[in-house]
Design a protein around this ligand. Structure first.
Ligand code: AMP
Length: 486
């Protein structure tokens, strides 16, 4: 039995915002975390983005802050009381949007600060007085040093995506920030995985925390069909083209391990006729947001990205994720493939493993506690070897169904398929006008609703012609990501 928000006795302005979002029942993390946070306990939560974790901490914190709510315009009446720290700009913006929405009918102010942007507008916001400050650590330190942010009245701290903050090397920044805060406070730590480092961080900054787990840590979604193909470095692009075609995949994330590799691969795929954009740490904030927007609107088919850059992407139900490189860190495998097969949608995760990746594959096997079978990649006969230079497909942007042709040498006269950008979907079922849906828009197919993805059809008819390889095994059910609420 899932419980309703009405059982929480939230203050009327918060309940109104929740009702406007159209949420009917609480998600498992909300069910477990909200009462605990309302009681004022520290929390160590294992939950990933996409589980409703933001509301799980934002709503009870706002509820607890309601006693300070006032309509004064004086900044001193609106000191920072809650600090939410996140590893990436995109994630910070996403969380801040949600917090602003939940607080819209209250007099509690919120703001977001992150690097890569002019500090001035952020400073102006801070000077007005904000009760909830959402920030990335580096930029927050800049504001603290510039005396734009005073944190001596902070009562609540949220360390969100804590594992990633440590991966990025934010630990020294985090320690400095926490040293500016009052010792007496409530700390909430959320992390997709609980590595020994995270446990150490938690034990030094949390007091007698309640542990909440809605997803088995290090679990991958049961709805994701996972394949590992043995492919040499020179054949990976050819393999990617073949699988996209055979499966009729409309959009996909392609993960690589380095910024340089990311830019290079995106350029090659673009030359080969696939509408591709790259997302890596060297891209400016503006470029990253534009790339993300283009993907969400369906103007781009492939998003080639590195782990750090992709961390903040709240794009759900992308049909496929490719690990062009096997990640160096096994936990990144879980994060990467978590982009597909979310919330019950089926997804495909394909990894290309070269002979030298054996150890990395073994690490993943150990983490997900599932035997990985390396499948041989069998290339179709009509699939030409992909050359580094020149476009090689027939001018189509992606392979829409199994009837499409394999990539061929360039035919510059072929008309390029045009696709209308999709309409932006509303953020929530009953979305008010002022909410920018940019960051929460789930993946949407551009195919007509009745059209079946070609690979579904292929799987059903068990057609060997259209399948990727005769060696594809039936779906591997891996541990469930979401526990059913009960
Ligand atoms: P989060 O994990 O916080 O990033 O949330 C992921 C998405 O779930 C966001 O688009 C939220 O608006 C949405 N969401 C959060 N709580 C609920 C709920 N109780 N019911 C339906 N959707 C929700």
């Amino acid at each position: 039995m899932t419980s309703s928000f009405s059982n929480l006795s939230l203050a009327e302005p918060l309940a109104r915002a929740v009702a406007e979002m159209g949420y009917e029942t609480m998600t498992p993390i909300q069910e477990q975390a909200i009462p605990v946070v309302l009681q004022g306990r520290d929390v160590m939560g294992a939950a990933q983005t996409g589980t409703g974790k933001t509301a799980a901490f934002a709503l009870p914190l706002l509820q607890r802050m309601m006693k300070h709510e006032n309509a004064s315009t004086s900044p001193v009446r609106h000191p920072v009381r809650a600090l939410v720290l996140l590893p990436t700009r995109e994630l910070a913006v996403q969380v801040a949007e949600q917090v602003k929405f939940y607080a819209k009918y209250t007099n509690l102010n919120s703001a977001v600060v992150f690097g890569g942007m002019d500090m001035k507008p952020q400073t102006a916001e801070l000077k007005k007085g904000v009760e909830v400050l959402v920030a990335t650590p580096g930029r927050l330190l800049d504001h603290i040093e510039a005396k734009n942010a005073v944190l001596n009245q902070v009562e609540y701290v949220v360390l969100d995506e804590a594992d990633r903050m440590l991966d990025i090397g934010f630990l020294p920044d985090l320690q400095r920030i926490l040293s500016y805060l009052p010792k007496q406070r409530i700390t909430l730590l959320f992390s997709a995985t609980f590595s020994p480092e995270i446990k150490r961080l938690a034990s030094s900054f949390l007091q007698d925390p309640v542990t909440i787990e809605v997803a088995r840590s290090n679990a991958t979604a049961s709805t994701v069909e996972q394949h590992f193909y043995s492919v040499g470095a020179d054949d990976k692009r050819r393999a990617l083209h073949q699988i996209l075609k055979a499966r009729g995949i409309k959009q996909a994330f392609v993960f690589v391990n380095s910024k340089l590799g990311c830019a290079r691969l995106a350029r090659s795929l673009e030359r080969e006729g696939l509408k591709t954009t790259a997302l890596h740490g060297d891209k400016s904030q503006d470029e990253r947001l534009k790339a993300l927007d283009a993907f969400k609107k369906g103007e781009v088919d492939l998003l080639v990205c590195t782990d750090v850059a992709a961390r903040g992407l709240d794009i759900k139900d992308v049909p496929a994720v490719f690990n062009f490189d096997v990640p160096f860190n096994a936990e990144d495998y879980v994060h990467r493939i978590g982009r597909t097969g979310r919330a019950g949608a089926s997804g495909l995760a394909v990894s290309f493993a070269a002979a030298s990746d054996q150890r990395l594959v073994a690490d993943i096997e150990k983490l997900i506690k599932t035997k990985i079978e390396l499948e041989p990649m069998e290339f179709e006969e009509d699939q030409p070897r992909i050359k580094e230079q020149g476009r090689i497909n027939d001018g189509r942007r992606m392979y829409r169904d199994t009837g499409d042709q394999a990539p061929r040498e360039a035919d510059s006269s072929a008309p390029r398929e045009r696709r209308e950008p999709r309409e932006r979907r509303e953020y929530a079922p009953r979305q008010p006008a002022q909410r920018d849906p940019f960051f929460d828009k789930p993946y949407e197919s551009t195919l007509p609703a009745e059209a079946q993805p070609a690979w579904e059809e292929a799987a059903r008819s068990n057609s060997t012609r259209s399948s990727v390889s005769a060696n594809i095994k039936p779906k591997k059910k891996v541990a469930a990501l979401f526990k059913t609420a009960g």
